[in-house]
Design a protein around this ligand. Structure first.
Ligand SMILES: CC(C)(COP(=O)(O)OP(=O)(O)OC[C@H]1O[C@@H](n2cnc3c(N)ncnc32)[C@H](O)[C@@H]1OP(=O)(O)O)[C@@H](O)C(=O)NCCC(=O)NCCS
Length: 156
């Protein structure tokens, strides 16, 4: 953990408490808030790095990161989520920026592919992601394939 509350850990080094807190936030938002009956524990977590933020009062943001060649040929970020009570405070922007910096520390300067909820296209574009093709349905929610070329600058 660093002094700002960010943690980055491989699956096999996660504690039960950290994993539980990650699953609580993801299910609270992706299943309950978004009213989407889908399998959050989809089998990819063991191959991911897990990034989360806990300022000392509990986990309020997380994402999972894949090195190149694991989920896609490119690196990837998924399950990007902040707790409803901290939305609009800039934590979501910091989460994506920290994810890109963490991927850089894991894999170097590499392209990053995401499957983004379509209404967040502008948010991800602001980090240098470029939309590929048109929207498709994933778990009944419109998504867009977006790729960020390698070498972009990340500012926190
Ligand atoms: C997407 C999410 C992580 C953003 O977190 P946040 O804490 O609200 O982020 P910030 O306060 O840093 O705001 C980030 C930007 O996202 C935009 N944004 C957030 N929710 C949005 C929405 N539903 N529709 C459109 N834009 C949205 C904000 O307007 C803001 O834009 P700005 O920087 O130009 O002002 C958060 O809303 C979330 O967890 N949503 C539910 C889970 C989800 O859908 N995750 C994305 C999967 S691809």
């Amino acid at each position: 953990m660093d002094s700002t509350g960010w943690h980055l850990q491989r699956w096999d080094r996660l504690t039960c408490d950290a994993l539980h807190a990650i699953y609580v936030l993801r299910q609270r938002v992706f299943v309950v808030e978004q009213r989407c009956a889908y399998l959050d524990a989809d089998g990819h977590d063991p191959r991911a790095w897990h990034l989360w933020h806990d300022p000392g009062t509990g986990l309020d943001a997380c994402a999972r990161l894949f090195a190149p060649g694991v989920k896609y040929p490119e690196a990837s970020v998924g399950r990007v989520v902040t707790a409803p009570e901290v939305r609009g405070t800039g934590l979501g922007r910091r989460l994506v920026a920290q994810s890109l910096l963490a991927l850089e520390s894991i894999a170097g300067e590499v392209p990053v592919r995401i499957s983004a909820q379509a209404h967040l296209e502008r948010f991800y574009k602001s980090f240098g992601f470029v939309t590929e093709g048109s929207a498709y349905m994933e778990d009944d929610i419109p998504h867009l394939a977006m790729v960020r070329p390698s070498g972009g600058v990340v500012t926190l």
